[in-house]
Every structure is written in C-alpha cells, then in structure tokens.
Ligand binder design. Structure first.
Ligand code: NA7
Length: 545
C-alpha cells in the first residue's frame, strides 16, 4: 500500500459527487442509518452547476420542474424567479437544499476519488482519493453526472497561445473581461449557443468556429409571475405525479396526434404557436412522431430552418447555420437571441467543417484557410458523455477487472438498468449508462434512481444480504433491450455526444435507454417487487447471524 495513503475510516457507503445525485443520496442514506461519506472535487455543492459558470449558462428545463420533488416542504420553501433558471439561481437553490438538510458535514470537498477496487475477501470497496485518503466502504455509489467529464480536442499549440483560454465547463470563479477583446469560441452546442449572444454584446469581436450547426429554439425566458408560482406550489402533488409518470420528467401534456393526421397548413400553424410560446414545444408537444419518423421529423426541421432564414439577414450565413440532420436527434438547444446575434457587425461565423482547425498559434487559431487573431479562446467543445465521468476513475470489480476493460472502452458498454454492473458487487451508479437520464429532466431521473438504490440497500439490510450484483444474463438482456429501443429512434442515426461520436477514438454506441422515464420507473419498480429480479445475492455468513 502507498505509504502516503492515510487510513481514514470505514463507511457503509462512499458516494462520489455532491450535485443533485450525491446530495439526495446522502440524505436518503443518512435517513436509513447508513454511515456515509461524500467526496466532491469542487469547493462547494452543485456538481455541473458548480463548474459551468460561463456567460449565459442556463437550464433548458423550466425551473418549476427542475427541482427535487421528494419533499413538499423543500419544494415550497424555494421560489424561482425565472421560467428558465440561470446557473447562479440553480447553484443558490442547491445551497439552500444543502443548508436545509444539513448536508455539508458529511461531504469532503476539493477531493477526487481516484480509485475504487473491490476486495472480494473482505467484501468491501477499497477507495483512494487524490488527497491521500484511503478508506473502505461496503457500498460504492457514483453520482458523477452524465455530462461532467469536459473535453478539449487535441489541437497542437495550445501551450503556445499568448492569450487567455477557458473551457465553458471550467469557467473561472471571476468575471472574464471581454471589453475591447477579440474572442474566439469553438463549438455550437448548448454551451456555445448560450454563451455566444452574451459574449457578442461585450467583446470587440467574436469569431464563432462552427463544425456542425445545431437546431435551436427560442426559450422566451421571462420572470415568473408570483401568483403563477404560488399556484404551482399549491398543485405540488399533481405536478410531481405527472412528472414522475411522464416520458421526459416534465408535467406536460404529451400529444397523441401525428404529423400525418393534419394538413400542411394545420401543421405549420401548430409549429408557429409553439415557436411563439418558446421552449421545447415545437419538437416535444406538436406531434408524437417527430423522433421516430423521418418524414415527420423533416416537417419540423424545415419549419425551424425557415425561421433561421427569416431571422438571419445574410442568406449565406443563414445557410451555414442550417443543420442537415434530423431535428432533436441531438439534445435540442434553447436560446435567447442566438440566430439574431449573427446580424451583428462584430460577429463572424467560420465553418470549420469546410476549413478545419489545424492548430492553436501564439496569436490565435489557424484553420486550413487562415489564421485568426484572438485575445481569448473559449472551448465550448462539450463532454465525454455518459461513460466518461465513470471511466476517469479506476473502478475495479471482481478479479481486478476494471470498468474500462469490462466495457471494452465503450464499445461494449453494458449495465443492468444503468444502475448496476455484473462483476461489480455493491456498486451502484446514479443515472449511469443505459438509464434514461439525459433524455429528459435529469433531477426527476436522479431522484428515482436514488430512491430505488436506497430502498434496495434497506432491503439488503433487512434481509441480511451481504452483497448484491447484477447477473450477466439480466445485464445482457437489458443492454440488448436498450439497443432495440434506440433503433426505433433517430438518435442512433446522428453523430452526437449521445453516441460518443464527439470524442476522438471513442467507439460509437448509444448507451441510453430511450423508452421514457415513466416506463423505466415501472420496470425498476417491478424488478424490486420481484425481490430484485436479475440480481444475485450473497447472504451474511451463518456465524455472523
Ligand atoms: P456539445 O453539445 O457536445 O457541443 C460541443 C460543440 O463543440 C459542438 O458544436 C461540437 O461540434 C464542437 N466541437 C467539438 N470538438 C470540436 C472540434 N475538434 N472542432 C470543432 N468543433 C468541435 O456540448 P455542450 O457543452 O454545448 O452541451 C452539452 C450538453 O450540456 C447539452 O446537450 C445540454 O444537455 C447541456 P460537432 O457537433 O461535434 O461537430
């Protein structure tokens, strides 16, 4: 054993991450009487909302749904100010939760878990941190998020750059001064699209390096009317019930109408109404076959492309901004004045699919066409999604086999329900790969996972079961089912971080359950009712009984 690793203690559970997932997991475990320690790399709670402080950072789910819903009191004790909450407000909310539940005393901040190895002889996890802590736990639980492992493409020359550079997901905890600066931003996903309009208003010049255009819908964000908020609070029980049963974790009325059942004019009218309303309605509320039928999808995509052409004055730029893949096959983006920003004189759009970036230079960025002078370079280049945050830790199960080896570096990612792994006893993932997680309102998915895991641990305790592990058969069946469900969607036909296509060398696979939150919840509940069907138990030895 490394001499510098000081033995800290033994816990019933060690949890990684103090975002939405880790915080609620800690609360549930404490309530159930399990000794628990949470490790968090940030200096405060919040997870992705602690780190993603870039200008314009905002949630794409309405604030009234983007909450914990396990406690009516907690829900009613917080009042959101805007329809779509910004990063500061969400971080304040999570600090309110940490205060109310007195969570911080069991969280060790500024500490990363580096390894977790299962010790078969002692049926425990041996865990190490980057701060030299060495500890053991019966249960190892990850709440590391699905899009938390940030990604910077391997451009040569970054070290030589004389200006400032930042990744949106590791934004400094101070204001970055854009005044009189030439700014470049690489990436037009959600982070880029939110940051671009804000930075354009402050910088001398903004150059946007776009590889793939995104479909973005107007958020039409606005302050919330206090009377409306009061009414929502009074309807808490109903809102929670609907959110939990829904496909995406919001309490929205899903339509049963398909695009084929209406005329072209009726379709356009519906899209227009929802466009004016703002939010994800155009793709999620108009018709029920946008994500499963290519012709239906095209009607929606064409509507949005027409809007881009109407908003952006220069037709050449409008064309460059118009996507060619199915709409919503990548997570849809909500914006405030994104397309309008390209009408500004101080904004340039560079197509780096046509003229790829070759290198970062001391003065800026060079594409195959030209060199761009920059004072500040921003990477809005996204994340190694789903598997990335887990594979950055050295997690090893039985026989010393690592998660990386088991998943063959992503080509064979397979789990049972996105919660458990064959070969990894007493290891639980909150919203792991092959859970529905990112295909909706993530806090609702997190809460369901945490409740399921906590209930499972209570069951194990009550029944004197020492270890639980997914069976290989159950895992293979679930994984196959995930792939089958995904084949009926357009997600698998488009390159995105969902499929891992954004990471050089990462095998392409869609490791997400696309059957909807409500259906997934029913499946998980059914498995629990059947005494955790698909799991293998090892009981407490007789001599300890
Ligand atoms: P995304 O959505 O993965 O966007 C990353 C962007 O960076 C995207 O436009 C990429 O283009 C671009 N990118 C990545 N690598 C390169 C290289 N090498 N050259 C040029 N451009 C590149 O990440 P976000 O942070 O915006 O959003 C992630 C999620 O957070 C989002 O879905 C919401 O759920 C919240 P590409 O499309 O790969 O061609």
């Amino acid at each position: 054993m490394n001499e510098t690793h000081v033995k800290l203690s033994n816990f019933d559970a060690v949890v990684v991450g103090a975002g939405f997932a880790g915080m609620y997991m800690l609360h549930r475990l404490r309530e159930a009487g399990f000794s628990t320690r949470v490790f968090e790399s940030g200096a405060g709670v919040g997870g992705v909302w602690y780190w993603n402080r870039y200008p314009g950072a905002r949630c794409d789910v309405e604030s009234i749904y983007y909450n914990y819903m396990f406690s009516e009191e907690l829900y009613k004790g917080w009042t959101w100010t805007h329809k779509y909450p910004d990063q500061t407000e969400i971080l304040n909310y999570l600090n309110y939760v940490a205060d109310t539940l007195d969570l911080r005393r069991d969280i060790q901040f500024e500490t990363k878990i580096t390894s977790a190895h299962y010790d078969e002889a002692n049926k425990q996890w041996n865990i190490k941190t980057d701060k030299g802590n060495s500890l053991t736990a019966k249960y190892f639980i990850t709440g590391v998020g699905c899009i938390s492992a940030s990604h910077i493409p391997k451009f040569t020359g970054l070290d030589s750059f004389k200006g400032e550079w930042y990744h949106t997901a590791h934004w400094p905890h101070k204001d970055v001064n854009f005044k009189n600066k030439k700014v470049g931003i690489i990436g037009t996903g959600s982070s880029g699209i939110q940051a671009i309009p804000v930075i354009a208003k402050k910088a001398a010049h903004l150059t946007v390096f776009q590889r793939t255009p995104q479909y973005s819908l107007p958020a039409r964000n606005q302050p919330l009317d206090p009377e409306y908020v009061q009414n929502i609070k009074e309807r808490f029980q109903e809102i929670r019930k609907d959110a939990r049963a829904s496909r995406n974790g919001y309490s929205l009325n899903a339509t049963t109408l398909s695009t084929q059942e209406v005329t072209h004019e009726e379709r356009e009218k519906k899209y227009e109404e929802l466009w004016q309303m703002g939010g994800v309605g155009v793709v999620q509320l108009a018709f029920n076959n946008i994500l499963t039928n290519e012709a239906a999808n095209e009607t929606c995509a064409n509507f949005v492309k027409k809007k881009i052409q109407e908003i952006v004055k220069d037709p050449v730029i409008a064309e460059k901004l118009s996507p060619t893949y199915p709409i919503a096959a990548k997570r849809i983006v909500l914006d405030t004045d994104y397309y309008e920003t390209y009408n500004r004189d101080n904004v340039t759009l560079v197509d780096v699919k046509k003229a790829p970036i070759i290198e970062v230079t001391p003065k800026g960025l060079r594409t195959t066409d030209e060199e761009y002078d920059l004072d500040i370079l921003i990477f809005a280049t996204g994340f190694d999604g789903m598997t990335g945050p887990l594979l950055r830790m050295d997690i090893r199960g039985k026989d010393g086999v690592s998660l990386k080896e088991k998943w063959e570096n992503g080509s064979q990612t397979r789990t049972y329900l996105g919660i458990a792994n064959a070969g990894f006893p007493n290891f639980f993932m909150i919203t792991g790969p092959e859970s529905p997680s990112v295909l909706g309102n993530v806090p609702v998915a997190i809460e369901q996972h945490v409740d399921w895991i906590a209930n499972c641990l209570e069951y194990l305790k009550a029944n004197r079961i020492e270890t639980i592990e997914a069976s290989k058969e159950a895992e293979e069946k679930w994984s196959r089912h995930c792939q089958e469900v995904a084949q009926n969607t357009l997600y698998v036909k488009t390159d995105s971080w969902y499929t891992g296509a954004n990471i050089e060398g990462k095998p392409k696979r869609f490791p997400i359950y696309a059957g909807g939150y409500g259906t997934y919840r029913e499946i998980c509940d059914e498995i629990a009712i059947k005494n955790y069907e698909g799991f293998i138990f090892v009981g407490v030895p007789l001599e300890q009984n």
